[in-house]
Design a protein around this ligand. Structure first.
Ligand code: CJB
Length: 833
């Protein structure tokens, strides 16, 4: 049945078009309507949670009107779209962002006040959408904001996990994981029960001859799971463009039960089928920078990729264009190797279902895909056992073998006498068991490969993908340095600073063109401006201090230097270096005379971050931080001079409180290990300085803001390999100050030594892979420089202002424009007011 309304009846539709509210009265009307009808409550029965629900529903209605227009316009114009495939979208809260992006936050604030609510209380009712682990997922969320704000026709595709990243509780100093069931009430998604795709697993491949006498492969048998679409509107800032994030949820195909089994009395197996199907999208794997090779994870990947491609291909086919025009209409970006099967799936669709010749299909595939690499850590590079792929996706394995065969033939031609090259670059690793190297498949199947910061993009070309640069030439590899959205990370998280900046740079345009921040430079000499700046920082610190008090019970002094390290807990990010440094500081304070202590600058060291549940060492690090806090925070000799705080359950909404309140934040990964980092950008943009290694985007931040405005320390990436070699092959002596820290831990000062032996052994006995000892002295000395610099408040604030003024480069708008131009070849499409 044709779903489109015939021309003569459309007039009635147009007459009745939904009018979205634009002022306070309109908002209040919508809010009350939702309380009284959608929620079936009243003014006698409306708590903050109901007020949050109704406010969100009012804004959701508004977004969806814009969303409809945007989709219609994009379809009508038949423009090229980009599809961003990511297993993680770490969106955080939606309401505040929606109100700001559509420019109605003040309106809602006044309306809510009329109705008896404070807007902050309503905003804080929302549960974070935490469908991601860390940087990779948050980057995807920032990209969606920029794509919509810049009016690019773009969709995100992901999985609708029933459980997002676990909630972290700290009990007796240890991390405990609690499930995050976030879907109780989610006004931001639209179930599309009419948009479903059947996804096949297992089975076998039959070769048959078709009517045209051609031999074709048919994948049959196995099991079918249904993918159901849930759409999340993504509003752009100050534009009606509202893009779509489509998340797939898994369901047993053919309804709730297999009725045949059910009716024949096989209830248990019928229910088990249903549960197995729903398991696919049940939970986000909680690993950051680590792949564990679980079968269910591969199932998730194929399920999501196959549903998304079916959707994309269906949309393309409506245009009735020839297949050769597919890459003119469709760009697909692979966020890491997680969606690499999309390459194989598209090739399968084109040759097995659409009947294209291999070579033509393969040209289309490669022109369509781009691949972003986010890490060089070997433990994070995905490999799947051939036997597992064979079992789960038999036809795909055949195609992978064929892709590899043609690729290796091409390599052999170019490098005729280099047998080792063939072994090194083969998509199939000839190990026991044999493995499919997903990054190699992603490179071979894409037209561009990018890293996420300059150093990282150079490193991938000289290390893990070196051979591919030889094969394809250097132009296939490029860099797009990461960025963050200034809407959420400045305007929303730090409204007072945003307002002060706007008053100096000519209004809010800087939120759309962040380079306008450079207009701040000329105000740096204005003492009144510096004072206002410092007052805002202080107020943000007071807010964080309150949060610390309510969540931990510990009182901290907002006048102290706030020193923050919040990110996933990982040995390469070196929270252990930080806590060892804290112990060193503690010992120094203890060794001081009371008059010396009086001269010491008070510090509050804040940690936050989750450890993967199976990452034992990361959990030990959390435990040591808490154990040190328990001793230091109670020590009367120390008082305000040092407080050590571990903030439970670090997530996006907490980051919005923490980033604006930091004086100095730590980005101290072993050089060459952090691909980019993005929280470094958030902290600087909020007027905090950073201490960091020459790693990831720290290097480019330094170049932009100036060496005198950042505290760099530690060994360089180019020296890491030699140092590691020396540790294991020469004699390895530990830094003397660090040795004292270890001795203190071993004395039992922070509780049972047993818990911390592993961390010490990693440095002393196991080769100190992360160079904690090598960097310790320069780390301590640099912290002394931080103290000294902070004493001169006037100069410190000037450094902060200058840094913010020079951060324009790090907006995700700049990244998205670079991707659009150099990888996707897409143009913005403004949807009109
Ligand atoms: N990244 O968050 C993850 N997870 C991974 O599995 C691999 C990398 C991070 O991606 C961010 C966005 O590109 C980077 O800024 C960060 O350095 C990297 O660790």
């Amino acid at each position: 049945v044709e779903a489109s309304i015939p021309e003569p009846q459309r007039e009635a539709w147009k007459r009745n078009q939904v009018q979205s509210f634009g002022d306070k009265d309109g908002f209040e009307r919508e809010m009350v309507r939702h309380v009284e009808t959608t929620l079936a409550r009243s003014m006698f029965n409306c708590d903050e949670s109901a007020a949050y629900s109704a406010t969100s529903l009012a804004f959701r209605d508004r977004l969806i009107t814009d969303w409809n227009k945007t989709q219609q316009r994009q379809t009508f114009n038949d423009t090229k779209r980009v599809y961003y495939l990511s297993l993680e979208f770490l969106m955080g809260r939606a309401l505040d962002n929606a109100m700001l992006n559509v420019g109605l936050k003040d309106t809602a604030k006044a309306g809510l006040a009329d109705l008896g609510f404070r807007i902050e209380d309503i905003i804080s009712q929302e549960h974070d959408a935490a469908l991601g682990n860390g940087g990779l997922g948050r980057l995807a969320a920032c990209f969606l904001d920029s794509l919509a704000s810049l009016n690019y026709p773009a969709w995100g595709y992901g999985l609708r996990y029933r459980y997002g990243i676990f909630k972290q509780e700290i009990i007796d100093g240890y991390q405990v994981e609690v499930p995050d069931y976030w879907l109780d009430f989610n006004p931001w998604e639209f179930p599309r029960h009419d948009v479903t795709v059947d996804i096949q697993f297992f089975g076998h491949v039959n070769k048959v001859t078709n009517d045209a006498g051609k031999s074709v492969c048919i994948w049959e048998g196995g099991e079918i799971v249904q993918a159901v679409a849930y759409d999340v509107p993504i509003p752009g800032y100050d534009t009606p463009t509202t893009n779509n994030l489509r998340l797939w949820s898994s369901k047993a195909s053919g309804g709730e039960f297999d009725f045949q089994k059910f009716n024949s009395g096989d209830y248990e197996s019928s229910v088990a089928d249903q549960q197995r199907a729903e398991t696919i999208s049940a939970v986000l794997y909680p690993n950051d920078n680590l792949e564990r090779g679980k079968e269910l994870r591969l199932k998730q990947q194929y399920f999501w990729v196959a549903a998304s491609l079916y959707d994309i291909v269906r949309r393309f086919k409506k245009s009735k264009r020839p297949w050769t025009e597919f890459p003119d209409q469709v760009a697909i970006q692979l966020n890491d190797t997680h969606p690499t099967l999309a390459i194989v799936e598209l090739q399968r669709i084109l040759i097995d279902i659409e009947g294209l010749e291999w070579d033509l299909a393969w040209d289309i595939v490669r022109e369509t895909f781009g691949y972003t690499n986010h890490t060089v850590l070997p433990e994070a590079l995905e490999k799947w056992p051939v036997s597992l792929v064979q079992h789960l996706l038999p036809r795909h394995l055949q195609i992978i073998y064929d892709i590899n065969l043609y690729f290796l033939q091409q390599v052999e031609k170019a490098f005729p006498d280099d047998g080792d090259m063939l072994r090194r670059v083969s998509i199939i690793e000839e190990s026991q068991p044999k493995m499919v190297r997903m990054a190699f498949l992603a490179i071979v199947g894409s037209h561009k490969v990018n890293g996420v910061a300059e150093l990282h993009s150079d490193l991938i070309k000289t290390t893990i993908f070196k051979d591919f640069v030889q094969i394809y030439g250097p132009d296939k590899f490029t860099n797009v340095t990461n960025g963050i959205t200034p809407r959420r990370w400045l305007h929303q998280a730090n409204p007072r600073l945003s307002e002060l900046i706007a008053s100096k740079v000519g209004g809010n345009d800087f939120l759309k063109d962040l380079t306008l921040l450079n207009r701040l430079e000329k105000h740096v000499k204005d003492a009144k401006f510096r004072r206002e700046w410092a007052e805002i920082k202080y107020a943000n610190k007071v807010r964080l201090a309150k949060h610390i008090k309510t969540t931990t019970g510990i009182t901290v002094n907002p006048a102290a230097l706030f020193d923050v390290q919040v990110k996933r807990i990982h040995e390469y990010k070196r929270q252990q270096l930080n806590i060892f440094g804290v112990i060193h500081r503690y010992l120094s304070i203890k060794a001081m005379s009371p008059p010396e202590r009086k001269k010491q600058l008070p510090r509050v060291v804040v940690f936050g971050g989750k450890a993967a549940p199976g990452y034992w060492m990361a959990k030990q690090i959390i435990h040591l931080i808490n154990a040190v806090g328990a001793v230091v925070n109670e020590d009367e000799d120390v008082g305000d001079l040092l407080k050590v705080i571990f903030l439970e359950d670090y997530n996006v909404s907490k980051a919005e409180i923490i980033c604006p309140a930091s004086d100095i934040s730590q980005h101290i990964s072993t050089a060459g290990t952090e691909a980019s980092g993005t929280s470094n950008m958030k902290f600087v943009l909020n007027g905090g300085l950073i201490i960091g290694t020459c790693d990831g985007a720290n290097i480019e931040i330094t170049r932009e803001i100036g060496e005198s405005n950042i505290f760099l320390f530690g060994n360089l990436a180019e020296d890491v390999e030699d140092l590691r070699h020396a540790h294991t092959h020469g004699s390895h002596s530990i830094d003397a100050k660090l040795d004292k820290v270890f001795a203190e831990i071993e004395k039992g000062t922070f509780g049972s030594v047993d818990d911390f032996r592993g961390m010490i052994a990693a440095v002393r006995q196991h080769g100190d892979y992360y160079l904690v000892s090598d960097d310790f002295n320069s780390y301590i000395e640099t912290h002394d420089l931080v103290d000294a610099a902070y004493r001169n408040q006037d100069e410190w604030v000037s450094k902060c202002i200058l840094s913010v003024a020079r951060m324009g480069f790090f907006t995700s708008d700049r990244c998205i424009n670079e991707y659009a131009e150099s990888i996707w070849n897409i143009e913005p499409l403004y949807t009109g007011k």
